[in-house]
Write a protein that binds this ligand. Structure first.
Ligand code: SIN
Ligand code: CO
Length: 383
């Protein structure tokens, strides 16, 4: 288990989150890398894994995309192998991400891991997302600046860099150190020796992404089929003219959508989607009977949440006694209010075990739910 040191969460959120960069020296004391470069190279051979190699020789940059059959062919000059969503494939990498659970699950994206040789980096650039970068083995010099207008360059069609920036942080990170870089802050990390870096990235959906997903949700669920009406239509001079009050009516029709429970449900549906559904189902679906799962629960067997799965639910009024609904991979599950406390505990933990005190409260409903979740691949029992 990885736990954070040298950070006051409340103070971090108030002073730094989305505001200014920060180095957390020895954020992880006695840091143990959850993987090594061989694991990373192995992952980069898989077609389902998103990987790339960025290399720099003299003044030319190259970017190659995986899967890589023979990674050595691309590792020329100063190079970095970067692999996305490593937390989906290596449970120890998922454990590292869990140290950042003080940020809501739905706000988290994935763990990108890079291995670089001496002098390597991806060049000065901006990211649209916040990131915590953990230094694994080796050391790397990080420079970070403040937002501003920078000259953009594209030394390779797949590389967006900037020409330079004034740094407010210029530090060498050692194993276990962490640097927090808010979105749109220019940065550049150059490896001082062979090193591993772990980037915990956050997602911030754009209005465009929201609109597109909301429209899909409406179509899939056959919602919002009401049509425009104008019983009070009056004559007008130009038949091509759209009146201001007609635009206002269009706005009103769209605004009404946002006030519905469907909108709230869509939000949770949207924010719980994190993994490719088909690939996930193929890898994780299981076939346990209700009795098998019940016996495991009663025997105190641990159940682990599958990597990369985001369980989300909408805050309820404290006085609410309605069914409790939560979402996984865009799918809604509802349980009676009586099971809410137990289910929230399950959702909140990467490692769940039904202990003796909870056994009596465990309803038939809960064991049924657990069987469905296990068979859908969202949780899996320890061997
Ligand atoms: C890296 O890990 O090599 C690059 C991370 C970043 O600068 O965003
Ligand atoms: Co970056």
């Amino acid at each position: 288990m990885y736990s954070l040191n040298n950070i006051d969460i409340k103070q971090f959120l108030t002073q730094y989150w989305q505001k200014q960069p920060l180095v957390i020296k020895q954020g992880f004391a006695n840091f143990i890398d959850p993987l090594d470069e061989n694991d990373l190279a192995g992952l980069s051979q898989e077609p389902s894994v998103d990987s790339r190699i960025v290399s720099q020789t003299r003044n030319s940059w190259e970017v190659s995309h995986g899967p890589f059959e023979d990674i050595n062919a691309y590792c020329v000059g100063a190079w970095s192998l970067l692999v996305q969503s490593v937390d989906h494939f290596i449970p120890e990498a998922d454990e590292l991400m869990r140290a950042f659970d003080f940020i809501p699950h739905w706000r988290m994206d994935d763990l990108m891991v890079s291995f670089s040789n001496k002098d390597a980096g991806v060049g000065p650039h901006l990211d649209q997302y916040d990131v915590f970068i953990i230094q694994g083995k080796g050391s790397r010099r990080w420079k970070v600046g403040l937002p501003g207008s920078f000259e953009a360059i594209t030394p390779h069609k797949d590389l967006s860099q900037i020409t330079g920036f004034q740094s407010v942080i210029d530090q060498v990170l050692m194993p276990g150190d962490i640097i927090y870089i808010p979105a749109n802050h220019p940065h550049n990390g150059i490896a001082l020796e062979e090193c591993l870096n772990y980037s915990v990235g956050f997602r911030a959906p754009s209005q465009q992404e929201m609109l597109s997903s909301f429209a899909d949700f409406a179509i899939d669920n056959n919602l919002f089929t009401a049509r425009y009406t104008d019983a009070k239509l009056a004559p007008r001079e130009f038949s091509g003219e759209i009146k201001q009050h007609e635009i206002a009516r269009f706005k009103e029709m769209l605004q009404q959508l946002l006030e519905t429970d469907h909108f709230t449900n869509w939000t949770a549906h949207f924010l719980s989607q994190s993994r490719d559904k088909q690939e996930f189902d193929e890898q994780f679906m299981q076939n346990f009977s209700l009795q098998e799962v019940t016996e495991k629960l009663q025997a105190g067997v641990h159940f682990f949440r599958s990597p990369g799965i985001k369980a989300v639910f909408v805050e309820q009024q404290p006085s609410s006694i309605q069914d409790f609904t939560f979402y996984l991979q865009g799918e809604a599950f509802s349980v009676p209010h009586a099971d809410k406390a137990l289910v929230t505990e399950l959702l909140n933990k990467a490692d769940f075990c039904l202990n003796d005190t909870k056994l009596d409260q465990s309803s038939m409903f809960f064991t049924q739910l657990m069987t469905t979740l296990v068979n859908s691949g969202y949780w899996f029992p320890e061997d």
